[in-house]
Design a protein around this ligand. Sequence first.
Ligand code: ZN
Length: 105
Amino acid sequence: MTDLANLRQNLVARLEELGHRVDDFESSLREPLDPDFAEQATQMEGDEVASALEHSAIEEAQHIKAAIDRIDAGDYGDCAKCGNKINPERLKALPYATECVNCAA
Ligand SMILES: [Zn+2]
């Protein structure tokens, strides 16, 4: 298996994991509020945290989907701005980077 196929598999797995996580958030957000007011306040605070986490999970999922699309299109690892190859070390740290270090800076 090539590195890229391997990476694609990892990205797909990560995407699935994020999907499950978002589902969990969704179901916890749908839980009815506790009749006790103090409990409600705590619950709503928890919901806000969950919403923020859900938001970042959705954002990451979008980046990952875009990266998978780029792998399929054959332009993964190319800088979206200057077209140069993105440093492999950078891609290892940030697999869905779309710009090389120079352009991202
Ligand atoms: Zn660039």
